[in-house]
Design a protein around this ligand. Structure first.
Ligand SMILES: [Ca+2]
Ligand SMILES: [Ca+2]
Length: 740
């Protein structure tokens, strides 16, 4: 795939792209009715309709400057005959993972006497920020002549894309494309670097405004519990803040709480350069925006499923109709509501209700980020969805396809297969996927757990006996850190009357090890074809491929989910299962959390040396981020961040400071040091840090002189090591508490 030429003709610019295809990327088999089934080797494909010949299609996305927009396109190609006298099986049907196990026999559909598809390359939609747009096409290399029963293959398609100036009145709010996000999706990655950015991640703060990289939105009641999280993000180099819904309601105008929150997020994004947002609470703490999703049948009036789905995506997309209700009927997210599914921030939710819930999660998260128990392995589990063929359940077949296509080619971690029809246990399929065995497996500390099964709000369906329920989630133990993904229905319905749902039971349990949960808040959907990953598994496949193929320099959870969902938007322009999952797949966890993809390395203690008036940092590896800040006032008096460095010399550092060095797949180097010298302490003072040294000559950072704790002063020192040297005087009536 490459751009071969570009020519300007007046206001319209034409660029040419060649898309190459290989027959060996596709699989061909026959169903019981003798129809030819066309699949893909890596599972990364969708089908246009279950009533048309099932020709696998993929999106093809091109970046263009934000000042331009899609005008028209045309394609040319040569097709060659690959099969005669052949009937193509129809596209698969979406089936919900809600426990209704249906028999899904092979179907024969009568096609019109014409060629399919109507076009081998059709324009789907544009993803638009102010400074960059992505034009998405959906393409297939197959042509099926239904009348003559002939199948053709196209080895390469030439696509001519014509763009024109985007009128000023079509711009809407100012938004800025994250270059890494764009590169993860488009074919012309080089062009992305050439399109000038209106704002980089490190600039873009309005004059007189503070920079805010990371925000937690929660209630007044839960605010204090989030402080340790904010302190850690700050220490790592992210300017972070908690804003309460009470503050938002008094500061921002809007008819609903949801709109006021969204206005606040946009304000922080525009003026403070916000990148990450955590919604700190379930629907009782931070409201959800319910969006209508519909899945239609063959007849336009027939509805297969519809539901109002809590859609956190609403909060991260600022283009199109801001309120996601352009037709003003009070129903959100409809096709004619002019919604734009282009994310500008990385957002996730922590569905908690109490300070204890918050503490449980943050303790797990900080343990994972600072001292991870990471075995770099994966539990791939599942139970029959609809069928068992040749002794293999569709869950096993889909799970294997997911692993072979999106995980194994990129990742060296180990997987343990735990399906109803096959397991890697010595007992093999006799080792049942029961609640007890699943609990036992999760307790072994897998880094990833993928669950392909039916579900409801409070359980995953198991193979045998009792289901794995919220009651198991509440009691689950696991000393390692675990990220859960699932295609099951409803298990992430954090807004349901019944609380906790399954995701909540795991994320709130301090002992479960679960630090992130990616699953649908309503129905999930799978393809009726056994070896096909369409619908929910395709979203999972995008997520794992993005993660393990190192598509992003920093593999933050929120960014990975945002990129996976953005890659699916070309399929989401109609009332269908893709759009449904786009709404319902809400990431649970911390949006900025880096996901490890190997057993992390540790920086040696020796990388930071404190010399006479100089902090010398020699990390031994390129691409590190370093943050040095004044420790005892939370960075108020000194705060500096260096990105993409290897060695660093800092000479203006304060007498108490934290230093944090981070790098992908490394345990952060984190240390706090403080010196008390040449001062008289009165009033109340709190000091926290790894090492605290007190005395008249303990550091060159301050003038020499004795330290006097005055009568009436109250001092609390919380440190790993506290050293008091000569020149320290604690006067009668002074209170000094030292806690190790
Ligand atoms: Ca509406
Ligand atoms: Ca809930």
């Amino acid at each position: 795939m490459a751009v071969i030429s570009s020519a300007a003709m007046g206001a319209v610019t034409t660029e040419s792209h060649i898309v190459s295809y290989s027959e060996s990327d596709y699989t061909f088999s026959y169903d019981v009715k003798g129809n030819l089934v066309i699949g893909t080797a890596d599972g990364d494909a969708s089908y246009s309709s279950s009533d048309e010949p099932g020709l696998p299609q993929r999106s093809f996305s091109i970046a263009i400057p934000g000042s331009r927009k899609y005008a028209s396109s045309s394609v040319s190609y040569t097709k060659r005959l690959i099969r005669s006298d052949v009937r193509i099986a129809p596209g698969p049907i979406p089936v919900p993972t809600d426990g209704r196990v249906e028999d899904l026999p092979a179907r024969t559909v009568t096609y019109e006497s014409r060629s399919y598809p109507a076009s081998n390359c059709f324009y789907s939609l544009s993803t638009q920020w102010s400074d960059l747009s992505i034009v998405h096409f959906i393409m297939t290399p197959f042509v099926y002549d239904a009348a003559a029963q002939k199948l053709y293959f196209i080895d390469s398609i030439q696509l001519l894309l014509r763009t024109e100036e985007r009128p000023a009145n079509e711009f809407g709010l100012n938004t800025y494309a994250d270059r890494e996000l764009v590169k993860s999706i488009v074919v012309n990655k080089d062009a992305v670097s050439r399109i000038p950015a209106m704002r980089s991640a490190s600039s873009g703060v309005s004059s007189g405004q503070e920079k805010i990289d990371y925000v937690v939105i929660t209630s007044e009641e839960l605010k204090p519990s989030f402080v340790p999280l904010i302190s850690w993000k700050l220490a790592k180099g992210l300017k972070s803040k908690i804003i309460t819904t009470e503050e938002i309601d008094s500061k921002y105008q809007g008819v609903s709480g949801q709109l006021r929150i969204k206005k606040c997020l946009y304000d922080l994004y525009k003026n403070n350069s916000l990148r990450y947002a955590l919604l700190g609470g379930d629907d009782t703490v931070v409201a959800t925006r319910g969006c209508l999703a519909v899945i239609r049948g063959k007849e336009p009036e027939s509805i297969i499923a519809d539901d109002i789905i809590p859609t956190d995506l609403y909060y991260s997309c600022f283009g199109g109709n801001f309120e996601w209700d352009a037709n003003g009927n009070g129903t959100y997210g409809e096709i004619d509501d002019n919604i734009d599914m282009t994310p500008s921030i990385c957002l996730a939710r922590l569905p908690v209700r109490t300070p204890q819930h918050v503490k449980s999660f943050i303790d797990k998260l900080l343990e994972y980020e600072r001292n991870p128990q990471w075995r770099n392995n994966m539990l791939m589990s599942g139970v029959k969805l609809s069928s068992i063929e040749d002794g293999r359940s569709d869950a096993e077949v889909k799970g294997e396809k997911l692993y072979e296509g999106a995980i194994k080619p990129y990742w060296s971690g180990e997987s343990f297969r735990f399906y109803d029809t096959f397991t890697d246990s010595p007992e093999s399929e006799k080792y049942e996927v029961s609640a007890a065995n699943l609990s036992e497996q999760i307790s072994r500390g897998y880094s990833f757990v993928d669950m392909i099964t039916h579900g409801q709000v409070t359980y995953w369906e198991t193979e045998y006996g009792e289901n794995y329920k919220s009651e198991h989630g509440i009691r689950q133990n696991n000393t390692a850190s675990t990220i859960v993904t699932t295609i099951a229905c409803f298990t992430n319905a954090f807004d349901y009357v019944y609380d906790p749902c399954l995701s909540e039971s795991l994320i709130r349990n301090p002992g479960s090890g679960v630090i992130a949960y990616l699953g649908c808040s309503r129905k999930g959907w799978y393809s009726s074809r056994q070896d096909d990953l369409d619908y929910s598994p395709l979203y999972e496949s995008k997520f794992y491929r993005n993660l393990f193929s190192n598509a992003f320099p920093e593999s933050n959870y929120g960014m990975l989910v945002a990129a996976s969902k953005l890659a699916m938007t070309p399929y989401c322009t109609k009332d269908n299962a893709y759009r449904w999952i786009q709404f319902g797949l809400n990431p649970i966890g911390d949006p900025e959390m880096p996901i490890l993809t190997s057993v992390p390395e540790r920086f040696p203690e020796s990388i930071v040396k404190e010399l006479e008036g100089e902090l010398r940092i020699e990390t031994g590896i390129d691409g590190c981020r370093v943050c040095v800040m004044s420790a005892w006032d939370q960075g108020e008096s000194y705060y500096r961040v260096w990105d993409d460095v290897r060695n660093l010399s800092v000479t203006d550092f304060p007498s108490n400071f934290s230093i944090c060095v981070t790098k992908r797949n490394h345990v952060p180097y984190y240390e706090v040091r403080g010196y008390i010298q040449g001062e008289t302490l009165t009033g109340t003072t709190e000091m926290a840090g790894g090492t605290v040294k007190i005395g008249s000559e303990v550091t060159p950072l301050k003038g020499n002189g004795p330290v006097i704790f005055e009568k009436g002063s109250v001092t609390k020192i919380k440190a790993g090591t506290t050293i008091m040297e000569s020149g320290t005087e604690i006067r009668q009536g002074a209170e000094v508490t030292i806690v190790n």
